[in-house]
Write a protein that binds this ligand. Structure first.
Ligand code: HEM
Length: 462
């Protein structure tokens, strides 16, 4: 059987040029021109681009997701993500992947999620204390202070100095830029030609050393609920010699978790804020819900379980602007998807961006309608909604992400009036300009001005 999929309308060179300029737009255009799944000629060889829900359905129901992350880790891998994080959840498969995933599972249990929500709420006023004195807050930058704190204090129980945090943020930023070039232009461009690659290994090693220096302190703390303790306990309880993964693997895993959990929530919350500038009606509903949540709580805080509307706003944001609009995998064995034979070790791209905007699965896809998520989060189980990926590598922090996103939106609008610093232009909310850096960012950033709301001043909301 040969593949019956149509090809994208361009050759390798033109595809590469188009991808370098506007990757997601290019992939979406090809989907629209062939009207379904297609084969993309890429520098890596042909990639199978999946935009049809039934293929994802088949994969999950019948084929046990016999599809993996990209090529196995080698010490000298040119992949910037692997140079930083080595062999962690996102980049590994098989035994290590299962081992890490199992170890991490407890960290996302209900009681741990409650801990993280508390860390976020308690730190919110501290991190936003000078927002209203500033002429402009670059939102995605500032919100990262809070989300990094949730990972460090909540999940890892590590205290980093300000300089260490700055280095972590810079390195993660760099890894996203380099990873984009790596995927689009290929390894040679990344390791040889790119000026951005200069000094990257040094930065990555420094970040690894920072994490390394924290492990013993946490491991010795008897009451810590840190993931580091969980990891070490699991190592000690497992007899198999294969599991003697040692210190390097703990660092790999901590780095992986930090990379996975940081700029994802940041960019998604930034998109929510960008959209809400256009939708004062939605802001009013978020505020009304937050008020009720506060009034009904004993400590005047917002309980994340009491703000379903804010959660729907965040879900709807993830639909229109999924932080990972493209999820890249490889087949393990040859497989048949629909009427298409996909050879082993082929690239398979899941184009979440286009699937989320398909009217067959989302009515009025270009409209921002939080209500579509009300009372049923069916979408999270649906093959057409892939902000968190799917299958054996599905995001493990998805519930934490939804809690963080909805709480941040509710807390911010409860406390502040928000306005953009510069003129933003007139865009339909579904077509706000973006920049693709593996994740989808608001183009040009989002400088905002925050003014304390009168009612929150009078109630001493600090
Ligand atoms: C809005 C925020 C987030 C989005 C959109 C997101 C999205 C994703 C996606 C698309 C994947 C890859 C799934 C696949 O390959 O099929 C992933 C993996 C992962 N995410 Fe998230 N994520 C978010 C937040 C978080 C947070 C807050 C954490 C934890 C702190 C986290 C932890 C992970 C981990 C550990 C993996 C690797 C899972 C594996 O390979 O088995 N994520 N995420």
């Amino acid at each position: 059987m040969t593949s019956s999929l149509p090809k994208a309308p361009w050759g390798v060179l033109e595809t590469a040029l188009r991808l370098a300029k506007a990757p997601i737009k290019t992939l979406d255009q090809a989907k629209r021109s062939v009207n379904g799944n297609y084969i993309l000629p890429s520098v890596w060889g042909p990639a199978y681009v999946i935009c049809e829900k039934d293929v994802v359905d088949t994969l999950s129901k019948e084929l046990n997701w016999n599809i993996v992350q990209k090529d196995p880790v080698t010490e000298d891998s040119p992949d910037p993500l692997k140079q930083l994080g080595g062999d962690f959840n996102v980049t590994s498969d098989g035994y290590f992947h299962k081992h890490f995933r199992d170890t991490l599972r407890n960290q996302f249990s209900r009681y741990r999620l409650d801990d993280y929500a508390e860390v976020l709420i308690k730190s919110f006023d501290y991190f936003t204390k000078d927002w209203e004195q500033q002429k402009a807050i670059e939102f995605s930058q500032k919100i990262g202070d809070i989300t990094l704190h949730v990972i460090c204090k909540g999940i890892l129980d590590i205290d980093f100095s300000i300089e260490e945090k700055i280095h972590i943020r810079k390195t993660i930023n760099r890894v996203y830029t380099l990873e984009t070039q790596y995927i689009i232009l290929g390894s040679i461009a990344t390791s040889v030609l790119s000026p951005w690659a200069f000094g990257y290994r040094r930065m990555a090693n420094k970040m690894r050393n920072i994490f390394d220096s924290k492990i013993d302190g946490v491991a010795q703390c008897p009451f810590s609920k840190s993931y580091i303790k969980e990891f070490i306990k699991k190592e000690q309880n497992t007899r198999s010699p294969v599991v003697d993964v040692g210190r390097k693997k703990i660092i790999d895993d901590l780095l992986g978790l930090t990379v996975a959990g940081l700029d994802t929530v940041n960019v998604a919350t930034t998109w929510a804020m960008r959209i809400l500038i256009e939708r004062p009606d939605v802001v009013e509903k978020i505020r009304a819900e937050a008020e009720v949540a506060k009034k009904s709580s004993v400590d005047n805080n917002i309980d994340y379980k009491m703000i379903p509307y804010a959660r729907s706003v965040f879900l709807e944001t993830l639909r229109l602007y999924p932080p990972f609009p493209l999820i890249i995998k490889q087949t393990v064995d040859e497989m048949v998807l629909g009427s298409t034979l996909i050879p082993s070790k082929s690239w398979v791209f899941f184009l979440a961006y286009s699937m989320h905007r398909d009217s067959r699965w989302f009515t009025d896809p270009d409209e921002f309608i939080p209500e579509r998520w009300h009372g049923n989060e069916w979408g999270l189980e649906e093959a057409a909604f892939l902000p968190f990926g799917a299958g054996i590598h599905r995001c493990q922090g998805w519930e934490l992400a939804l809690i963080e996103g909805s709480l941040l939106i509710a807390l911010i609008y409860n406390k502040y009036d928000v306005e953009p610093v510069k003129k933003l232009g007139n865009y339909n909310v579904a077509y706000i300009p973006y920049k693709y850096k593996i994740n989808l960012c608001v183009k040009g950033g989002l400088p905002l001005r925050f003014k304390r709301r009168k009612h929150s001043l009078s109630r001493g909301l600090t």
